[in-house]
Design a binder for this molecule. Structure first.
Ligand SMILES: Cc1cc2nc3c(=O)[nH]c(=O)nc-3n(C[C@H](O)[C@H](O)[C@H](O)COP(=O)(O)O)c2cc1C
Length: 194
């Protein structure tokens, strides 16, 4: 059968066409050191035949968590009443495309990445919001145009080997659920009870 990521790409495009508020946002779940789930929203920058591309900070604890490949992405587009669940392999890289895309971002975003890179890791505790604001302000004054992309800016490629698509059928509750798994023989489809 054909690659279900074509369908996933089509769903992202449909959601974008109808201006769904969640068109670009998904929930990424990982497991922390104690095996507890950690969920957070991230922004999907691109969807290709290969998977989903996002931008994250390599200073975040999610980078180590993703290395174990125990992650799940949940997409939900309320305008379409469609849910999609993805699992598979995660790859984190810093290449020319990472730098080019970073340079095109708003200054506030480049400043936040530079702040993380200069010793304040994302998600680390800090004494107070006042300390945070003062440090970021001092960094903004000292760093000019922020054209140097920090090495900690990372491109995350989520390459699914399992895709589940849930098409809502609100009237009769007989939602159309299909799970797609990637094996050596290619993708296979399984219909699931809703
Ligand atoms: C709408 C929205 C979009 C976000 N997009 C991103 C993103 O693209 N990349 C990212 O690392 N964090 C993004 N965040 C912040 C994350 O949810 C999270 O707070 C941050 O990545 C720290 O996660 P951690 O606990 O895994 O370190 C976004 C949050 C929201 C609410």
């Amino acid at each position: 059968m054909t690659n279900p990521l074509h369908r996933v790409l089509d769903l992202f495009e449909q959601a974008s066409r109808v201006s769904d508020p969640c068109a670009m946002f998904v929930t990424l779940v990982t497991l922390d050191d104690g095996g507890m789930p950690v969920a957070r929203v991230i922004t999907v920058r691109e969807v290709t035949d290969n998977g989903l591309i996002a931008s994250i900070s390599a200073t975040s604890p999610k980078v180590a968590q993703l290395a174990a490949d125990k992650w799940e992405v949940l997409c939900f587009w309320p305008s379409l009443m469609i849910q999609c669940r993805l699992r598979g392999h995660a790859r984190i890289q810093h290449d020319q495309a990472t730098v080019a895309s970073w340079r095109a971002r708003p200054k506030a975003s480049r400043l936040a990445d530079t702040y993380h890179a200069r010793g304040r890791s994302q998600s680390s505790p800090i004494a107070s919001r006042e300390v945070l604001l003062a440090e970021v302000d001092a960094l903004a004054r000292a760093s000019g145009d922020l054209t140097e992309c920090p090495e900690t800016v990372a491109t995350l490629l989520l390459k699914p080997t399992l895709v589940e698509i849930w098409l809502g059928s609100v009237e009769d509750r007989l939602h159309d659920r299909r799970a797609y798994s990637l094996t050596h023989a290619g993708w296979s489809e399984q219909v699931l009870v809703p």
